[in-house]
Design a protein around this ligand. Structure first.
Ligand code: DCP
Ligand code: MG
Length: 376
């Protein structure tokens, strides 16, 4: 599986952290199809197939040309037999019967629908499906179910939360976060992370990383931010998770496990007047009919000690596939362990410190990739 190939004199690596993947995707038709299969295998907890199709999709995203025949993928890493078959179907028939079957599958459709509610994961979705429930109306009307506080918020703000967050809305949220944080600690660093840092124009939430140069001033920060937002009535939902971080703990390989930093998963009330979409004229026309002048937006705030900021920034910028490959590369090519907190050299038995992302790439012997080149 570690085949490499030259494209325009550039060797294509099986690791996403050695490929520059921008948002320009010449093979979206194929990658969309593979991502549907990835999602389906995720729902069925088939890790092996999840990885296989995820890696294939990610590989196709970095190509500087559109694949028009299966031969075009010859020699590329991760192009297994199944991947080739589906690629062939799509290129020749315009669609894949396998992908079509998933899209029509009752289980896939129900789990997709249920997990679209904030606070509803695979376990809950599976339970609802096995109870015979198929629609959100049926869930809401079922008297035997007890919803968590998170799920109640998920249903309450469902329409706002499924409509994706625009860059303008993310900027408005950034303003709110910065205003509040800087009122408390003017030296704090507030960074927009996640997909928006990679240059995406839309996302499902807005991710922030907060740190304070100097020592330990950040510990009370989130509590104060929350108190201020409560009095301003800007918090529609929040869950504050205290830090369980220990300096001596070795990095973990699990890319989907939550990190140990203090964080707040919130739903923020963002007033439309704060959102500069460049369509002010239109919004004025409709202003009189409108009753709700705000949108509920999912916001994640993560607070890190200053020495761990670069690792957290690298970890929270994503993409998920990029993060997976970065850790896999560290483990298998460098005998190092990397996570959102630290980098540990197993040969030298020491933690390697870093003041910025460039230094982490350099410790790993990797060429630096800009955030917008990490859209693997
Ligand atoms: N992340 C993490 N630990 C978590 C959740 C996320 O380290 N518990 C990291 C991995 C992701 C990044 O943070 O690459 C951002 O997570 P999102 O799920 O918000 O993904 P994106 O921002 O890339 O996409 P979207 O546009 O859907 O928000
Ligand atoms: Mg995000």
């Amino acid at each position: 599986h570690s085949a490499t190939r030259d494209i325009g004199g550039i060797r294509i690596s099986p690791y996403a952290c050695q490929r520059r993947t921008t948002l320009k995707n010449y093979n979206q038709k194929l990658t969309d199809a593979f991502e549907i299969l990835v999602e389906n295998y995720e729902f069925n907890e088939n890790k092996e197939f999840c990885l296989a199709f995820g890696r294939a999709a990610s590989m196709l995203k970095c190509l500087p040309f559109t694949v028009v025949q299966v031969n075009d993928t010859e020699g590329l890493p991760w192009m297994g037999e199944q991947v080739k078959e589906i690629t062939e179907d799509i290129l020749e028939e315009g669609e894949s019967s396998k992908v079509k079957a998933v899209l029509n599958d009752e289980n896939y459709r129900s789990i997709k629908l249920f997990t679209s509610v904030f606070g509803v994961g695979l376990k809950t979705s599976d339970k609802w499906y096995k109870m015979g429930l198929r629609t959100l109306e049926e869930v809401k009307c079922n008297k035997n179910l007890t919803l968590t506080r998170m799920q109640k918020a998920g249903f309450l703000y469902y329409d706002d939360l499924i409509s994706s967050v625009s860059k303008a809305e993310a900027d408005a949220a950034t303003q709110i976060v910065q205003d509040t944080v800087w009122k408390i600690l003017p030296d704090a660093v507030v960074t927009l992370t996640g997909g928006f840092r990679r240059g995406k124009q839309a996302g499902h939430d807005v991710d922030f990383l907060i740190t304070v140069p100097g020592s330990r001033q950040e510990e009370e920060l989130l509590h104060t931010v929350i108190d201020i937002w409560k009095t301003q009535e800007l918090l529609l939902y929040y869950d504050l998770i205290e830090s369980t971080f220990e300096n001596t703990k070795l990095p973990s390989r699990k890319v989907d496990a939550l990190d140990h930093f203090q964080k707040c998963f919130a739903i923020l009330k963002v007033h439309k007047e704060r959102v500069n979409e460049g369509s002010a004229v239109q919004s004025k026309v409709f202003a009189e009919e409108e009753t709700k002048d705000w949108k509920a937006i999912r916001v994640d705030l993560v607070v890190t000690p200053f020495q761990h900021y670069a690792f957290a920034l690298l970890g929270w910028t994503g993409s998920r596939q990029f993060e997976r490959d970065l850790r896999r590369y560290a483990t298998h090519e460098k005998k190092m362990m990397l996570d959102n907190h630290a980098l540990y050299d197993k040969t030298k038995k020491i933690f390697l410190s870093a003041a910025n992302e460039e230094e982490i790439f350099s410790h790993l012997g990797l060429d630096y990739l800009e955030p917008w080149e990490r859209n693997a």
